[in-house]
Write a protein that binds this ligand. Structure first.
Ligand SMILES: Nc1nc2c(ncn2[C@@H]2O[C@H](COP(=O)(O)OP(=O)(O)OP(=O)(O)O)[C@@H](O)[C@H]2O)c(=O)[nH]1
Ligand SMILES: [Mg+2]
Length: 328
């Protein structure tokens, strides 16, 4: 594969090249990894930046419907929209991708849209890196908006928030007691809460839910990277499209403020640092899984179990072993 040529075609915004490039970064093969690194290093200097919007919400809250509606809204504004999905591997079966195709019917036909389902990979760490690289490729391909969708399960939300400029939390209209069900940690990373399905008979419940969440957000500690009155809670309907322009207005206002006050760059810099440390951690963990290291761990583990060696001394010995191993 000619990587320089592929890079050129990605930068020219060719969707098929972008799809191939993402397949390359998703591959676990060592030779592909080297090519992926070359590709990313060739496309990065273009310095293109998209607005990265993370989007999370429990199954059935309307993420796919919202992305279809919001994506089309953005495209009508002349923007190019990429959609990437991140799912904890077991949470979703292959069938839902077909479901999404029908739910994102207009968007998937748009030439200014690019939709990519989740890479199937067991480890969250691996998924994080691949998704970040896919985001970078979409930026290089000239997309203005990259939407990163995840279902609200486990670690995936914090992971997506750590690679987004804005993090949206989609919620359903619900009774007051369900408010408790949203974990505080998730509220703390949300930049905008959108109460979806604010239409028809659900509208009144949605209004109450929205007021409840607005109240809950006000109780959280103020974040330096927010202007007065943020984070906000607003209502939308992915079906009637009510509230979409207002939601976008809020996002634009927040982004403009953060750019003006240096928080956009600061956040990206902090995220880059975070991912460096995260990749380092993953690298160290996988160094424990080479067959040499594994054999040593098993041997030391046996000694610990037999009471011949203390757990802490065994750990020290293992660390010393790894250092020797990485020196050689
Ligand atoms: N009334 C109403 N229904 C909606 C709205 N948005 C989505 N729905 C419905 O809610 C159901 C779930 O919508 P999806 O978009 O598939 O939800 P999702 O969050 O993508 O679900 P998963 O992919 O399973 O996580 C569908 O029947 C939608 O038609 C809305 O704004 N109003
Ligand atoms: Mg969906």
């Amino acid at each position: 594969m000619d990587i320089q040529d592929l890079a050129k075609r990605v930068i020219a915004g060719e969707r098929r090249a972008l799809a191939r490039a993402i397949t390359l970064v998703e591959s676990g093969r060592a030779d592909h990894r080297a090519q992926a690194v070359e590709l990313l290093e060739t496309t990065a200097p273009e310095g293109r930046q998209a607005l990265r919007i993370g989007l999370s919400g429990t199954p059935g809250v309307g993420k796919s419907t919202f992305i279809e509606a919001f994506g089309m809204f953005l495209i009508e504004k002349g923007l190019k929209v990429a959609v990437l999905a991140v799912d904890p591997s077991s949470a979703r079966s292959g069938g839902s991708i077909l479901g999404d195709k029908t739910r994102m019917e207009s968007l998937s036909r748009e030439k200014n849209a690019f939709i990519r389902p989740s890479p199937s990979q067991a480890q969250m760490g691996g998924v994080a890196r691949r998704t970040r690289e896919a985001v970078a490729l979409c930026e290089a391909a000239g997309f203005d908006i990259v939407l990163i969708e995840t279902v609200g399960v486990g670690q995936s939300e914090t992971m997506v928030a750590e690679m987004s400029d804005l993090f949206l939390l989609l919620l359903a209209p619900a009774g007051g007691d369900e408010l408790q069900g949203v974990k505080r940690g998730i509220m703390e990373i949300a930049d905008l809460i959108l109460v979806n399905k604010a239409d028809g008979p659900l509208k009144e419940t949605a209004m109450r839910t929205c007021a409840d969440y607005a109240g809950a957000l006000r109780l959280l500690r103020k974040r330096v990277y927010d202007p007065e009155g943020f984070p906000k809670a607003q209502m939308v309907s992915a079906v009637t499209h009510d509230g979409l322009p207002e939601a976008w207005e809020t996002m634009e206002e927040l982004v403009a403020w953060r750019r003006e006050h240096g928080h956009w760059e600061k956040r990206r810099a902090a995220q880059a640092r975070h991912w460096f440390e995260e990749d380092l951690r993953i690298g160290l963990l996988s160094a424990l899984e080479t067959s040499n290291a594994r054999a040593r761990i098993d041997a030391l583990g046996g000694q610990v179990a037999a009471g011949e060696l203390s757990a802490s001394r065994a750990a020290d010995e293992m660390l010393a072993f790894l250092k020797l191993a990485s020196d050689s």
